[in-house]
Design a protein around this ligand. Structure first.
Ligand code: ADP
Ligand code: MG
Length: 255
């Protein structure tokens, strides 16, 4: 039985009068791909934001890898080993592909002014290692030739991959992917699926929010289903696909 890497207990988040996430408890196992699914507005991104520290829960706790993280700022959570992509791309179009990766490394580790002035060898070694790793992922995606072109000149699908490579540059233990496949065509999705499987094979734990139900069922070891901020089911894909509550939500919803 794989170990638990992330655990939430009784998470709640409201915006004004709207309950976005309600009493949400779940566990994510080390080394597996877990998918968080549910109709639009069911609280998936809000849950991601609470895990990455971009939003604070109104109630509830989050444990990651032996640490309580729900009160920590995003950069500390990133240092503990959680990295994420955003549903809307956060890429610097005028910078080169590789500069985007380096910037992600720096901003997530919050290199201080004096650290960069002193130019500690340990910092450089870390940065170099992360860059090597980033380049190896660029290679896996066939992006190595584009490493030095402005990111804005990449086709949209490749910009999505770049967003993932940026998240990987800090060598996380847990990667959060928010709708990484949205806007991709079938062959781009297939390449994304290959990348995600490769990352899992390398031991990374992955939590993904994905709209494409076929892709989700292909990739996920475990699926958590949200409806109106509440968890209505959790289990392996085969079980989730047969779950009457899940079927009702999807047939009754906009999917
Ligand atoms: P999902 O990612 O599953 O589509 P979200 O977590 O983005 O859902 O949103 C859940 C609910 O919370 C939605 O009704 C959404 O409109 C609302 N919501 C999300 N973020 C905010 C915010 N910053 N301010 C107000 N309402 C929000
Ligand atoms: Mg969302």
């Amino acid at each position: 039985m794989a170990e638990t890497i992330l655990r939430t207990e009784g998470l709640n988040k409201t915006f004004g009068g709207l309950v976005a996430v309600k009493d949400l408890s779940f566990e994510i196992k080390q080394g597996l791909i877990t998918a968080l699914i549910g109709p639009n507005g069911s609280g998936k991104t809000t849950t991601f934001n609470m895990i990455s520290g971009h939003l604070k829960p109104d109630a509830g706790v989050i444990y990651f890898d032996g640490h309580r993280i729900d009160k920590l700022p995003p950069y500390k959570i990133a240092r503990l080993g959680i990295s994420r992509t955003f549903q809307n791309l956060e890429i610097f179009g005028h910078l080169s592909v590789v500069e985007n990766v380096l910037l992600a490394i720096n901003s997530r580790y919050r290199v201080s002014w004096w650290e960069s002035v002193l130019r500690w060898p340990s910092f450089f070694r870390k940065e170099k290692e992360a860059l090597q790793k980033a380049l190896s992922f660029l290679r896996l995606l066939g992006l190595e030739e584009q490493a030095f072109v402005p990111a804005a000149t990449l086709p949209f699908g490749l910009q999505r991959y770049l967003e993932i490579v940026r998240a990987l540059a800090t060598e996380p233990k847990l990667l959060l992917l928010d709708e990484a496949a949205s806007g991709l065509d079938a062959s781009e999705k297939a390449l994304l699926a290959r990348l995600i499987k490769e990352l899992k094979a390398q031991g990374l734990s992955i939590l993904l929010v994905e709209h494409d139900i076929n892709l989700t069922m292909e990739l996920a070891d475990e699926v958590i289903v949200l409806d109106q901020g509440e968890k209505i089911a959790q289990g392996p894909p085969e079980k989730i696909q047969r779950d009457p509550k899940v079927i009702a939500v999807y047939l009754g919803g906009e999917e």
